[in-house]
Ligand binder design. Structure first.
Ligand code: PLP
Length: 402
């Protein structure tokens, strides 16, 4: 008998593509294979029309116009384009950038590079609950500041940042500063036109919202126009901001994912949050010594609906992940998990090393069921009890960590 598939609770790392997304994409892998930049025949026109429709759907999700959407390979590239592109385009105005200490590595590694190139970067710290205040960001702005970048939702602990307030506070200091937000985790769950109002640049990724991997977008405000230097030069695609033949099937899939999110995102979010709360209750009611990062400041803002970040006293998070072989969870950012370093996000919160090392991230998603949540909770409780028992007796838990 084939082994049962593990229960997938790592929806911050990636989400499975929705069947409706796959159906929309399929013809563009098959008989509708034209190049969207081919202007001289019907194959190209058909592909271009499909990309145009997808562009409209992505634009609608962010509350912008289709001409403001630049398709990219994902949020990593969008973040690179936003930061490096603005740094180069506005360098004559100043050399200072403000960001936060809890950004994804695809922002922080870029700012580190820009620092090596002579830019000055201020990293604003969050409070102990993982929230960055608009005042703290605005206070970091100087006459030399050209760009502010603050993520909308954090990929580890799920905190939602007051990005619209940040943008308003920054613009009150100077309307010439470009404001960027990495909305990779937020898109599909949170209302972007409201949450990212006043922002100039928004990064998106399709595979975080039940679309395909390998495609994303950067929304670039046109009024007032935000200038960017491209990362990739070539045939001048995407209004010169991102040359290269468009992956038409992926763009179509991204468009379909945006349309579904626009129609169903709110109801989906309520369902996912209920499942997340069910998982939390099932674990916390049966185990002592478990704390939720959300409880560090329960009144301080909201979280992504699917995010549950727990720390298990006396348990090594990595050992627990290994023990949970049939439940797919993570200790933090999948994209940075090649690094053995403790989470920079938890460190920025001022969490102790023990707390960081005993933490696990659960990411509930659209396709999880109550039955999966109940089974996962039972597995977690039993694995934690086994690991704690082994630690107390001094005997390594052979059956758990192999
Ligand atoms: C907040 C955030 N930004 C950016 C990325 C990178 O996205 P992509 O995989 O589309 O490059 C991720 C992926 O985990 C993320 O969580």
């Amino acid at each position: 008998m084939a082994a049962e598939r593990p229960i997938y609770l790592d929806n911050h790392a990636t989400t499975p593509a929705d069947d409706r997304v796959l159906s929309a994409m399929w013809p563009y892998f098959a008989h509708r294979f034209g190049n969207a930049a081919s202007k001289s025949h019907a194959f190209g026109w058909e592909a271009e029309a499909a990309v145009d429709a997808a562009r409209e759907r992505v634009a609608e999700l962010v509350g912008g116009s289709p001409a403001e959407i630049v398709f990219t390979s994902g949020a990593t590239e969008s973040n690179n384009l936003a930061l490096k592109g603005a740094a180069e385009a506005y360098r004559s105005r100043g050399n200072h950038i403000v960001t936060t200490a809890i950004e994804h590595k695809s922002v922080l590694d870029v700012t580190r590079r820009l620092e090596r190139q002579g830019f000055r970067v201020t990293y604003v710290s969050p409070n102990g609950a993982g929230r960055v205040s608009a005042e703290a960001v605005a206070d970091a702005v100087t006459d030399e500041t050209i760009l502010v970048s603050a993520m909308l939702a954090n990929n580890e602990i799920g905190t939602v940042q007051p990005v619209a307030d940040i943008a308003r506070a920054v613009k009150a200091r100077s309307s010439r500063i470009a404001v960027h937000t990495d909305a990779a985790q937020a898109a599909g769950s949170l209302d972007l036109p409201e949450r990212a109002a006043e922002v100039d640049l928004i990064s998106l990724s399709a595979h975080k919202m039940y679309g395909p991997k390998g495609v994303g977008a950067l929304w670039v405000r046109r009024r007032p126009k935000i200038r960017l230097a491209p990362l990739v030069d070539g045939g001048g695609h995407e209004r010169g901001l991102r040359s290269g033949t468009l992956p038409v099937p992926l763009c179509v899939g991204f468009g379909a994912a945006c349309e579904i999110a626009g129609r169903e995102g709110e109801a989906d979010g309520r369902r996912v949050a209920a499942l997340r709360d069910r998982l939390r209750e099932a674990i916390l009611s049966r185990l002592s010594g478990v704390s939720s990062t959300a409880d560090l400041a329960p009144d301080d803002g909201e979280r992504l609906p699917g995010n549950l970040h727990l720390s298990f006293e006396g348990v090594d998070g990595e050992a627990l992940i290994l023990a949970l072989r049939d439940v797919a969870v993570s200790s933090g950012a999948a994209c940075a998990s090649a690094e053995a370093e403790p989470s920079h996000v938890m460190r920025a919160l001022g969490a102790s090393r023990d707390r960081i090392q005993s933490s696990i991230r659960f990411g509930v998603g659209r396709f999880n069921t109550e039955d999966e949540i109940d089974r996962a909770a039972r597995r977690v409780v039993s694995a934690v009890e086994t690991l704690r028992g082994a630690a107390a007796s001094g005997v390594p838990p052979r059956s758990v960590v192999s």
